[in-house]
Design a protein around this ligand. Structure first.
Ligand code: ADP
Ligand code: MG
Length: 245
């Protein structure tokens, strides 16, 4: 089933063509990587899907519904989640507390119930933390965790919004190679296990080729190749333009 259909998206910034007829589809449970050099238009494409940027032309269709140009809040409500960095202000809050905050926001609870946030959605938060292997750290302040573990909690926070599609723009930035591979594998397992579609960018080609089901190669706003890791690796234009071999 097609979860996300991106149809001929165009976006210019002044004279810079950031997206030129960008077209692709993503199925439920699929891990689709967008790779390309700096400035290729990866973030621009993400932001047009997530609603942070409005395309000049083209359509974004989620599960058959046109969501082009909708505000991010609305797109989020329709099932498009993003990973965000844990806010500085929440670093002293517990790991579970951070996930509970996300659940409270997702369920649209109001301030008055946030007063007893300690208990609210605690069980749900622990279940989400178990999915990312962090339930053992539930009561530690998030600020005490190793960087790679914070990234896992950020994934649990994104899952709290029950997304059908997860957008991850450079989720492993700043991580050590081993942590990076572990986070990618965890994300892939969750995507396949629960049918969430994942659109991600990643600089680490080893992680991309190991965990993406399909790869889209962007260069100067244009899709120059698309396919399985094997197909993309074998594509002469990709080798010439991007992989530098
Ligand atoms: P990537 O994420 O692949 O590195 P971006 O999507 O961030 O690439 O950028 C694509 C191109 O669009 C670049 O040339 C960048 O400088 C330009 N660009 C991106 N966002 C803006 C903006 N808000 N204003 C002006 N130019 C932008
Ligand atoms: Mg970017």
């Amino acid at each position: 089933m097609t979860l996300l259909s991106v149809e001929r998206l165009n976006k210019k910034f002044g004279g810079v063509v950031a997206a030129n007829d960008v077209t692709f589809a993503l199925a439920a449970g699929e891990m689709l990587a967008i790779i390309g050099p700096n400035g290729a238009g990866k973030s621009t494409t993400f932001n047009m899907v997530g609603g942070q940027l409005r395309p000049d032309t083209g359509r974004v269709v989620l599960a058959g519904q046109d969501i082009t140009g909708q505000p991010p809040r609305q797109i989020c409500r329709m099932g498009v989640g993003r990973t965000f960095q844990v806010a500085q202000t929440f670093l002293s809050m517990s790991v579970a507390g951070n996930v509970q905050m996300a659940l409270i926001a997702h369920h649209g609870r109001t301030r008055d119930v946030v007063a007893d946030a300690a208990a609210l959605y605690r069980a749900e938060a622990l279940a989400l933390l178990a999915r990312v292997g962090m339930d053992g750290e539930a009561d530690r302040p998030i600020g005490e965790l190793a960087y790679g573990d914070v990234k896992r909690v950020e994934l649990a926070i994104a899952l709290a919004a029950a997304p059908r599609l997860l957008l991850m723009d450079e989720p492993t930035a700043g991580m050590a190679p081993r942590e990076r591979a572990a986070l990618m594998k965890l994300t892939a397992d969750i995507a396949r296990g629960s049918g969430i579609g994942v659109l991600f960018t990643e600089h680490d080609m080893d992680a991309v080729f190991a965990h993406a089901d399909r790869i889209l190669v962007l260069v100067r706003g244009e899709v120059i190749a698309e396919g399985t890791p094997e197909q993309v690796r074998a594509n002469p234009e990709v080798q010439r333009v991007y992989l530098g071999t």
